[in-house]
Design a protein around this ligand. Structure first.
Ligand code: HSC
Ligand code: NAD
Length: 693
């Protein structure tokens, strides 16, 4: 085998030039891969001993895309477009044989080949949109020519991969093979024997002609994705590139694609999304828990509490085939909890994702119980009873006496002291917080709360488990509210103050929504329920919330809260009575209401979050600034194109944030605004959070 570069080899085998890429972990199109492919394909094309060229990758995957680390740096080596030209322009058939994930620039390379085969487990996609860019190496011009305009739009705008069957049915691959190398070789030889033509996707216009018959296609598609793509730039640019396929030549379309790619890649939104891509992966790493730390197998799980969280958390395990024993305090609560789980799964039957038999099988993995003793042989027990420290301590004391040694004891508390909970057991090193978010079967964030004595084995096991469950784990130390809720609390304080000083809940919500969140703090409270922690027996109408709950305005579930909700559409409208109540409270507090600008609303809601994030870093509660961003993007709807609160702070300028904190502190004469010493230090050094990594 001849090495072309340290990442690409070329060997003639049985009349086929085998070009092999080996750039672990994901065979990204780094400089060495581009240089190697360029030279290898040219050599192979010129070699009379080769009748066809086969491109194959070593390791776990075909090319998973451009090397994202190279973006934003000066370009080096052969440009990808030139690699594609030599592949597409080769004088003999070039075949890609594909496994793993064929993504982005990888798929763009594959569709420059004349033919493609893949193993059945291969996945294909254009995830560029998730990085705030578009497929910039011909993808927007070639994909519609293969799968048709509508499917191409779907694939590129939602960014999710498709499987090999879809790829085969839609012409993205020519055959599914059993063996990556043997299958690829056999296919390449067959092409030569049959004298099949060199298929160049750029010349295929049939699917485009079909799309021209449907003039409403693009408007329809824009409407369909409007809600999901709000605030992002890349989706619209992708749509425009695809529109070009119907009105421009291939080469002009390519030029349009490159121009739009160039604009997006330089934008702050793409920078934020690329930052976030690495942030999410970084969050997996715990500096003092090495990769090879021992983990324990989690084959059977115990769940305590079958309420909102207990049911949802259980579903994660059941869906992965792990049996769960779920314990409640009463038969009624148990029945209710199991009913909700079944109902959730039945939704999957309605949408066609599951069959009734699947649901029965999933429910068969869930064993109901009224006795903690039934959890004795579980490998991990997760407690999700009411948020009450005494109750949690009582449950953990019992668990300690019942559950086998070497099992993980986890609490789903959203704010309580995990050290205090661990301390009631004789095995605090086996205790950890696993803070799932609601709805727990859907939300991907998992705050892994590392208590003082939590062992490295427990941490490594929970991090690996999170990945298996499809969650995004972020480690948090112990403090009230951990990373996410502690920061949320600060935003809530200001949101409330703003409405007594002059804004209305909808003014605050509009600003937060326009910033990019799916909803503002008041709409969020209505969704969660205003009566969490409220008690009708003790309520004395002292707060706005008391008054709203007393009026049975407890949020969306009662059809009214801060807003009124349409029973059919759930559309929200402001309520004059709520406005009156707010004015009444302002007066009682002696506030002179004033016009508050949108800018002030935004700064007063967001800057305390940044300040609290900095305090969380100082205290070592969060391992790094980017972990805080992962929590907020994944758990609370922070718009990913703004990176997260800590990334955003750097884009605003930490000096400006600090200036405003001081200004508000002076105005309010309130410790709430006390700037974090970390921000003061970074500003003094002319640095940002990004420099802490
Ligand atoms: C693109 O292709 C743009 C094109 O249109 C070309 C444009 C050309 C323009 C030319 C202009 C002149 N790069 O996720 P994992 C690392 S954009 C660098 O834990 P998994 C990752 O950071 C790209 N590094 O593994 C991690 O590193 P760590 C389109 C990459 O098995 C390690 O690999 N493609 C990387 O769970 C393992 O990653 C994508 O967006 C990359 N492309 O998932 C695909 N991809 O160990 C992005 C991964 O140090 N990648 N790394 O932490 C993925 O979605 C997932 O990584 C996979 C594997 C599904 C591939
Ligand atoms: P919930 O009221 O819906 O459910 C709690 C369940 O625990 C009830 O069904 C109750 O009967 C049961 N229970 C109480 N004591 C018990 C005992 N001794 N043994 C067995 N079962 C018992 O509450 P939830 O919303 O599911 O919250 C559970 C935990 O998860 C809390 O600590 C909460 O703070 C946390 N959490 C909640 C959310 C959320 O949005 N609901 C999000 C994250 C974390």
């Amino acid at each position: 085998m001849a090495a072309i570069t340290d990442m690409v080899d070329l060997e003639i085998q049985d009349g086929v030039a085998v070009v092999r890429i080996d750039n672990p972990p994901v065979n990204a199109l780094s400089e060495g891969v581009r240089n190697g492919l360029f030279e290898a394909v040219q050599k192979a094309d010129a070699d009379d001993n080769a009748k066809a060229i086969l491109i194959i990758c070593s390791g776990r995957t075909y090319i998973a895309g451009a090397d994202i680390k190279e973006f934003g740096k000066p370009h080096r080596g052969v440009v990808l477009f030139n690699v594609q030209d030599v592949i597409e322009g080769a004088s003999k058939p070039v075949v890609s044989t594909i496994h793993g994930t064929c993504l982005g620039g990888g798929l763009e390379t594959a569709i420059c080949c004349h033919y493609r085969v893949a193993v059945a487990s291969a996945r294909f996609g254009f995830p560029e949109v998730k990085l705030g860019i578009l497929p910039g190496a011909g993808g927007t011009q070639r994909l519609p020519r293969i799968v048709g305009v509508e499917k191409a739009l779907e694939m590129m705008v939602n960014g999710n991969p498709v499987g090999a069957n879809f790829a085969l049915e839609n012409g993205l691959i020519d055959e599914i093979v059993d063996d990556l190398f043997e299958g690829g070789m056999a296919f390449a030889k067959k092409i030569v024997e049959e004298g099949r033509p060199l298929v160049r996707v750029r010349d295929a216009n049939e699917k485009l002609e079909e799309a021209k018959k449907d003039p409403e296609l693009f408007n329809r598609f824009r409407k369909k994705v409007a809600r999901k793509t709000r605030g992002f730039d890349a989706p619209e640019s992708i749509i425009q590139c695809v529109e070009d396929t119907l009105i421009k030549s291939f080469d002009d379309g390519i030029q349009g694609e490159r121009d739009r790619f160039g604009v997006l890649i330089k934008g702050i939104k793409s920078e934020a999304q690329r930052y976030y891509f690495f942030a999410e992966r970084q969050a997996n790493k715990i500096p003092d828990v090495p990769k090879d730390t021992e983990t324990i197998p989690i084959k059977k799980v115990g769940m305590i509490g079958a309420g909102t969280m207990g049911g949802g958390i259980s579903m994660n395990f059941l869906s992965k085939g792990t049996p769960v024993t779920i314990v409640e305090s009463t038969q009624e609560a148990l029945d209710r909890g199991l009913g909700v789980v079944r109902k959730n799964y039945l939704r999957g039957v309605k949408s066609g994702r599951l069959t009734e038999a699947d649901v029965d099988k999933l429910m068969g993995l869930l064993t109901p119980s009224l006795s903690l003793e039934d959890l004795a042989d579980c490998d991990m027990v997760i407690e999700a009873v009411f948020e009450n420290i005494d109750l949690k301590k009582e449950v953990f004391t019992k668990l300690d006496a019942i559950v086998k040694e070497g099992a993980i004891l986890a609490t789903n508390s959203s704010a309580l002291d995990v050290n205090a909970i661990a301390a009631v057991t004789k095995r605090p090193e086996w205790v950890v917080g696993t803070h799932f978010f609601s709805p727990a079967n859907i939300m991907r964030l998992l705050e892994v709360v590392r208590a003082e004595k939590t062992s490295k084995t427990v941490l490594a096991t929970v991090m690996a488990l999170a990945k298996r469950l499809g969650k995004i784990p972020v480690v948090s130390g112990v403090c009230p509210g951990f990373i996410g809720n502690r920061i949320l609390f600060k935003r809530g304080v200001q949101a409330q103050k703003l409405i007594y000083e002059g804004a209305m809940p909808w003014d605050v919500d509009d600003v937060i929504y326009d910033f990019g969140f799916p909803m503002g703090p008041f709409a969020m409270s209505d969704l969660a329920g205003l009566d969490i922690g409220w008690d009708v027996k003790t309520s004395k109408g002292e707060t706005l919330r008391d008054r709203l709950c007393e009026m049975d305005r407890r949020g969306q579930k009662t059809g009214a809260g801060y807003y009124n909700y349409d029973p059919e559409t759930r559309a929200k409208t402001p309520e004059p009575k709520v406005e009156e109540l707010i004015l009444e409270f302002s007066e009682k507090m002696g506030k002179t209401r004033r016009e508050i600008s949108n800018e002030e609303i935004l700064q007063r809601c967001i800057y305390p979050m940044i300040n609290e994030g900095a305090k969380i870093l100082e205290e070592g509660i969060s391992q790094r600034p980017s972990d805080i961003d992962v929590v907020w993007v994944n758990g609370y709807g922070w718009p990913v194109y703004r990176g997260g609160p800590m990334f955003y702070a750097d884009t605003v300028g930490l000096d400006k944030v600090l200036g405003k904190l001081k200004e508000f502190q002076e105005q309010d004469n309130d410790d709430f605004w006390q700037p974090s010493p970390l921000i003061e230090k970074l500003v003094a050094e002319g640095k940002g959070f990004k420099d802490m990594a």
